[in-house]
Design a binder for this molecule. Sequence first.
Ligand code: MN
Length: 197
Amino acid sequence: MKKFELPPLPYAYEALQPVISKEIMTLHHDKHHAAYVNGANAALEKLEKSRKGEMEIDMKATLRDISFNLSGHNLHSMFWPNMGSNKGGTPGGKIADQINKDFGSFASFQKEFSAAAKTTEGNGWAVLAFHPQTEQLFVIQLEKHNVAAIPGLRPLLVLDVWEHAYYLDYKNDRAKYVDSWWNVVNWDDVEKTFSKL
Ligand code: MN
């Protein structure tokens, strides 16, 4: 069975300052993301033992663990390259055309995505995703890492609004975090993912 691995950050821990501090990035990547990788691997090990008849497992709880932790791992693995230093601005390329087609304008998309991020209940994510069958973009809210997911949608841009993602820098002001975050969005990465679909 293949194990999941924590990918290295594609830049230095301090690269996103002042939008996101070195302290947050260090804890977020080395502790939080690592915990999801370890959690997913621990659940996989249980399944492996169950398949070999070495262990009786609570199937529902184990599959729930895999869903939660693997979703967390996948989302964080997208989140890091979705950002970069001296980024932000507006996208170009195919993703810009698609955003204009589906949302009317970049400003309209930005407003919808920000509203999704600011109103996610508890911990969760705002996600820009593409639905290949109808060839259109959607903004969705994922509570935790996996609640309200829509199977078939392909995530392109994800924003972590768990408190661990911003509290040390912004305290309870999630809206300020979301508004500042646009300055580190790496649209080249979004375009790369979109072009491969
Ligand atoms: Mn996180």
